[in-house]
Design a protein around this ligand. Structure first.
Ligand code: PMP
Length: 284
């Protein structure tokens, strides 16, 4: 597989990053994951805009224009023959000479890394037909979840807690209300209304979330952006998650309690279809 590191396209075994890289030492970096369907990028503009915002919030800047980043994405997709899969992009504050908590000088070169992952059949994963099962866990992450940083240890722990409980993922709960999934936004459908957490620094503003809410509103579905509890979710007609890698994925159980009749609901299935149709049309 060919990867991209700081201007070079290299075989993955030859790509190197310094041991002093602040991404490695301090999780001082941000990332984006863009999915690829039919060899084309899904929602790239949204991912580039969020990347810019994450960097800005951390006092960094875009290493190049969004169009040039798109070009690197496309080049890697082509070189690696990716039909269905994803492109991972990571930008860190680079590798100053010494480890120090204070940021290094602004002219320290950033580390820019991109690679692809092939996932044949990504768009019709068996999980979408059966739905996934989630557990609820305490949200113990830091308070700036709106920035897409590479500090993903707590979400990793959450995934492991879910696995240990025989589930697929975890929804995180803070002050009695669901924030989001370990790597996705969380939704319920009750009385025909789609409910998902309002934006703020407590959750990541999902690119798939923005697209799905827009399509839902265009299809005259009712949407409410507000906090909800696990009890409310368990009593809902449907539940689902969204992310760039799972698209719209039905949730059929929360903490062992079946949602609705315990199978993927009609709203989640319809939104999944609309999302594929619309995002493929706009793919780049
Ligand atoms: N929330 C969190 C915590 C995430 O890690 C992700 C996936 N990056 C999302 C939500 C979904 O965002 P997107 O739709 O942009 O993939």
């Amino acid at each position: 597989r060919t990867v991209y590191v700081n201007g070079d396209y290299l075989p993955e075994g030859e790509a190197k990053v310094s041991v002093f890289d602040r991404g490695f030492l301090m999780a001082d970096g941000v990332y984006e994951v863009t999915s690829v369907l039919g060899g084309r990028l899904i929602d790239f503009d949204g991912h580039a805009a969020r990347l810019d915002r994450s960097l800005t919030e951390l006092g960094m800047t875009m290493p190049m224009a969004a169009e040039d980043l798109r070009g690197i994405h496309r080049e890697l997709v082509a070189r690696n023959g990716v039909e269905d899969g994803m492109v991972y992009l990571q930008i860190t504050r680079g590798a100053p000479a010494d480890r120090d908590f204070a940021y290094p000088p602004q002219d320290t070169p950033q580390t820019v890394v991109l690679f692809t992952q092939n996932k044949p059949g990504l768009a019709d994963s068996p999980a979408a037909r059966t739905g996934i099962r989630v557990i609820s866990i305490d949200d113990r992450r830091w308070g700036r979840r709106d920035i897409k940083t590479v500090q993903l240890l707590y979400p990793s722990m959450g995934k492991m807690m879910a696995k240990a409980a025989g589930a697929d993922d975890a929804w995180m709960v803070e002050d009695g209300h669901v924030t989001e999934g370990t790597s996705n936004n969380a939704y319920i459908v009750a009385g025909g209304t789609i409910v998902t957490r309002d934006l703020g620094d407590h959750i990541l503003s999902g690119i798939t979330r923005a697209a799905v809410l827009r399509f839902a509103r265009e299809a005259q579905m009712k949407v409410e952006e507000r906090a909800f509890t696990i009890a409310e979710a368990q009593a809902a007609d449907e539940a689902f998650i969204t992310s760039a890698s799972t698209f719209v994925m039905p949730v059929v159980a929360i903490d062992g309690a079946p949602i609705g009749d315990g199978t993927p609901g009609p709203v989640a299935r319809r939104l999944r279809e609309i999302y594929f149709e619309e995002s493929r049309k706009a793919a780049s």
